[in-house]
Write a protein that binds this ligand. Structure first.
Ligand code: C5P
Length: 208
């Protein structure tokens, strides 16, 4: 593909929904310029449905995983402790090892590719895009809004609850049958996403 400012930059935002299972979206996702995954999202063993490339991996300390050397770690800070955890975690080990849950003191990530989202972005998304519904926006919805700001074409994969209204994951069987969409306004977020697709600001790949 041609480089340069004229080129259309395609972005795949890959949420963690179980609707990716059996979707065969892997090749399509991998053909994007920017591939954004988040939290615990594994690719190994799921390539056919979710792809294998990740250009940006969004996380916060509680959801941190090891990354390969070419993937950019994007920290979405939810609290001050998240910012304090990061420098140690990607170098010699953080002294911060507990927050809401146990934290990994150290993760593998290329420290030259680390980015940190301005914390005000969460407030902006909650206020402007969700009209303050729910406690705070989900990681996936923030990723999607971020993509709208930085990409020319946004394709959305792996968003959508299961038949019982729970946010299930493609790599595991849900144990908490009362999960729903956690602290997040999942249905409101999905409606906004659908409206954005109706006016062709993004495309939703529904999965199965
Ligand atoms: O569960 P987790 O927060 O790691 O999932 C990442 C994001 O994917 C969520 O924040 C949510 O926006 C989206 N998701 C979804 N439907 C699911 C699971 C996750 O829309 N079943």
């Amino acid at each position: 593909m041609d480089a340069g400012p004229e080129r259309c930059r395609t972005c795949a935002v890959v949420g963690n929904s179980g609707n990716l299972k059996g979707s065969h979206y892997g090749a399509l996702i991998d053909s994007s310029d920017v591939i954004i995954r988040m939290n615990k999202a594994p690719t190994s063993g799921y390539e056919q449905d979710v792809g294998s490339r990740t250009t940006h991996h969004i996380m916060y300390p509680e959801s941190a995983i090891d990354l390969d050397n070419t993937t950019s770690l994007v920290l979405f800070p939810f609290k001050t402790l998240d910012l304090q955890w990061l420098p140690g975690a990607i170098t010699n080990g953080s002294h911060i090892t507990f927050s809401r849950t146990r934290l990994r003191a150290k993760i593998k990530a290329n420290k030259d590719l680390v980015r940190v989202l301005n914390p005000v972005f969460m407030k902006y998304v909650h206020e402007v895009w969700l009209d303050y519904y729910g406690k705070y926006p989900s990681t996936g919805f923030m990723a999607l809004i971020l993509a709208l700001h930085i990409c020319d074409e946004v394709n959305v994969y792996g968003f959508g609850k299961d038949g019982n209204g729970n946010w299930h994951h493609y790599w595991e069987t849900l144990t908490n049958k009362k999960l729903k969409t956690g602290n997040h306004p999942g249905d409101y977020e999905y409606n906004v996403t659908r409206k954005l697709s109706e006016i062709h600001k993004l495309e939703i790949y529904k999965g199965w």
